[in-house]
Design a protein around this ligand. Structure first.
Ligand code: ADP
Length: 471
């Protein structure tokens, strides 16, 4: 099958979170299963773009309302990703350092989608499947089926994956003219709650909708920023497929970002060496258990409760643990985390920013990873943590519910039900006594490293879904 993924992120070219990891690895596994998978994404002005070589294989224009943007399709040369990567260079819109959070994101990503379809329209033949990811590509299923210019694609099945339903990309009808001309009869297919909404449009128009975990699919039927009714209506064409992880990139035995690589047999020595390196870097004590958080500092991740959790633990039991936070996001959370540093120097530290290498070091060196998420469509951190022998402490929601079982239930993690300071603090207290039961703790470490969360199963599930649309 010829499978085209269209996405705003794809690791290692550009990543802001889990979307990048998934789009960067799923096509590789689909290729390994004998298919032709490729990725189309924007060409950002990031390290990857500057350090790699590309061939310009197509150049044209994409019309956004009254403005015509020149674009070119760049194909990655010397490619060892395991699939073809095509990047759309649109000067004026994407030659910037960040992926998102610009005032003209609406204009940027609609132009990107139009450019992608213009190029595919120009190519000979049609792909077997077009797989779109998140709201930045949400108009593609609509345009492929309802815009005259693209009627070549009317019978091409589309799959839309919701990685994060919190970001919907909605805007007013004053910008309806951004979309290529279509019959006004179809206005309802781009609308939700009186706004133009790419996420809603994709849910309405894609042949199949997937979420990145089964539990998240259930949850968004009663909680997704006003779109619950639509999700329930389209439930029959929706399925939850748990994300896999790229076990080549995330492998403590080969990970070049670690201070010391380790295997199942050398896990204790390996983790100790990585922990010591981190503790030295952040002025922490390697003899105490190391609790960490990695992620976006936003309410969705429950990061707003961290300052109080850290304060309570560091104030009343300063000698019992280290806490290290890596992340960036809401300024009020960043400031609250930074403000605590001075008072609790030696037992708590935070790194505000994005740092891929440090994240690998933390997965390897930490004893526990904290995930107090209010919403977690799948969550990759707990899967990476497991592979690196780090015990997850999670709030039971979305993919966390699907992947972490409490030690009290015969499992390997520590779970609670509320995103609250009380629940998280209680779980950390449980974790500390678990940590000191060295025999059980070491046994669990080895056990979790062996849990298979590779793409093997999920890649197969996606293929079965694609086949069901071709027959
Ligand atoms: P999200 O909702 O942010 O996509 P996921 O758990 O699906 O959450 O994926 C998060 C990914 O982003 C993981 O690979 C995690 O290691 C990475 N990540 C998040 N924040 C940072 C950061 N500040 N520095 C490095 N990596 C980060």
């Amino acid at each position: 099958m010829d499978i085209i993924h269209i996405s705003a992120e794809c690791y290692p070219a550009a990543k802001a979170g889990g979307l990048g990891d998934v789009v960067g690895s799923l096509p590789k596994y689909q290729t390994l299963l004998g298919h032709t998978a490729s990725v189309i994404m924007p060409f950002y002005k990031v390290k990857f773009s500057l350090e790699n070589e590309f061939a310009i294989i197509f150049a044209s224009h994409a019309r956004l309302g009254h403005v015509n943007y020149a674009f070119s399709i760049l194909k990655l040369l010397n490619n060892n990703l395991g699939y073809d990567l095509f990047m759309i260079d649109i000067p004026g819109l994407f030659d910037r350092e960040n992926i998102y959070s610009y005032h003209d994101d609406t204009e940027r990503f609609i132009t990107f989608q139009i450019a992608a379809l213009n190029w595919l329209n120009h190519r000979e033949g049609v792909p077997d499947i077009v797989h779109c990811h998140d709201s930045h590509t949400g108009f593609i299923p609509f345009m492929m089926s309802k815009v005259r210019e693209y009627d070549k694609f009317a019978e091409v099945p589309t799959v839309f994956t919701i990685h994060n339903g919190q970001y919907q990309g909605q805007f007013g009808f004053d910008r309806l003219h951004y979309l290529p001309p279509f019959h006004s009869y179809f206005n309802g297919l781009v609308e939700w709650n009186h706004l133009i909404n790419p996420l809603a449009s994709a849910i309405k128009c894609a042949w199949r909708v997937t979420t990145v975990s089964p539990t998240y699919l259930e949850e968004i039927g009663y909680s997704m920023k006003g779109m619950e009714e639509l999700l329930r209506k389209e439930r029959s064409k929706s399925v939850g497929i748990l994300n896999g992880i790229d076990v080549d990139v995330w492998n403590p035995a080969t990970d070049s970002m670690l201070e010391k690589k380790y295997t199942l047999n050398t896990v204790n020595a390996g983790k100790t060496a990585n922990k010591e390196a981190i503790c030295q870097q952040f002025g922490l004590d390697p003899k105490k258990p190391l609790f960490t958080f990695i992620g976006r500092l936003v309410g969705e991740k429950g990061a707003d409760i961290l300052p109080e959790v850290i304060y309570n633990l560091s104030k009343f039991n300063p000698k019992e643990q280290n806490i290290l936070v890596l992340g960036s996001g809401e300024p009020f959370i960043q400031n609250a985390l930074l403000n605590l540093e001075h008072e609790f120097k030696g037992s708590y530290c935070s790194y505000i920013g994005y740092n891929e290498k440090l994240s690998h070091m933390i997965y390897a060196g930490a004893d526990f990873i904290l995930m107090p998420s209010r919403v977690e469509p799948c969550g990759l951190n707990q899967l990476y943590a497991l592979r690196y022998g780090t015990v997850p402490i999670v709030r039971r929601t979305g993919g966390l519910r699907d992947t972490v079982i409490d030690i009290g239930d015969g499992g390997f993690g520590i779970c609670h039900d509320q995103c609250s300071v009380f629940d998280m603090t209680h779980s950390i207290q449980r974790a500390k006594s678990f940590y000191h039961d060295k025999k059980s703790f070491n046994k669990i470490r080895k056990q979790i490293m062996q849990i298979d969360h590779s793409w093997n199963k999920a890649a197969q599930d996606y293929l079965e879904l694609y086949y069901s649309l071709k027959n």
